[in-house]
Design a protein around this ligand. Structure first.
Ligand SMILES: *Cc1c(COP(=O)(O)O)cnc(C)c1O
Length: 218
């Protein structure tokens, strides 16, 4: 994991946020609304205050225990999504704190949801659109059955395409995810990180997950 970022400056975050919002507005299809989720795995708990001051309200965390600790440290301040590798034994701990688990991708996670979920629980299914070996995510051809077996409401799809320094290389993966979401009438498309969020928005993302582009000086 990358080093933690400390000493975040509110003006820096505000400037980054303004830049990102402009890029998103220019890239979004007419009438499209795109949520900005701040990925906070790089931030220690005490730094989250700066995000709140800058007007960031939607946060994503990768580790269950960090999500619980951070959510408890700022009661009611943020909306939380879980965006990390989902261990089935952590599902119950995470559920009370989150809007969505975005990374449901295994049969054991489905079983844990069947045991621990509330009627209101909503999730996204993570899809391995590029078919990368060893990467989390349901294979596209297995998605229909997976959604049918999911014991809670699936509201969208999420993907993490291959790392690249060329955003255009992500475009076909984002387009593939959008096609899958349309086929299953799912409204949420969580795709695009700092490397490729502009392309993701052009391809119909409803949510981008940003870490470095919000937190680090550009
Ligand atoms: C860290 C992370 C992000 C943000 O990545 P950046 O490149 O810092 O924007 C998005 N999604 C997931 C699942 C992450 O773990």
């Amino acid at each position: 994991m990358a080093e933690l970022i400390r000493g975040l400056r509110p003006q820096q975050v505000e400037a980054n946020l303004e830049h990102v919002r402009k890029e998103i507005a220019a890239a979004a299809p007419a009438g499209g609304h795109v949520e900005i989720l701040a990925a906070v795995k790089y931030l220690p708990c005490e730094e989250l205050e700066v995000l709140a001051q800058a007007g960031v309200t939607l946060l994503g965390e990768n580790r269950a225990q960090d999500l619980v600790a951070k959510a408890q440290a700022y009661p009611g301040r943020f909306t939380w999504d879980f965006i990390g590798h989902l261990q089935s034994r952590k599902v119950a701990a995470v559920l009370p704190h989150v809007r969505y688990i975005q990374t449901v991708a295994s049969e054991s996670a489905l079983a844990a949801l069947a045991r621990g979920a509330e009627p209101s629980t909503q999730v996204l299914v993570q899809v391995n659109v590029a078919g990368e070996l060893g990467k989390s995510g349901v294979a596209p051809e297995e998605l229909t059955g997976f959604i049918e077996r999911c014991p809670v409401r699936v509201v969208g799809l999420m993907t993490m395409p291959p790392l690249t320094s060329h955003p255009e290389e992500s475009r076909r993966h984002f387009a593939a995810l959008r096609t899958l979401a349309e086929r299953h009438s799912l409204r949420e498309l969580s795709m695009g990180t700092s490397q490729d969020y502009v392309v993701a928005v052009q391809e119909g993302a409803t949510m981008v997950r940003l870490g470095t582009s919000l937190l680090v000086a550009s």
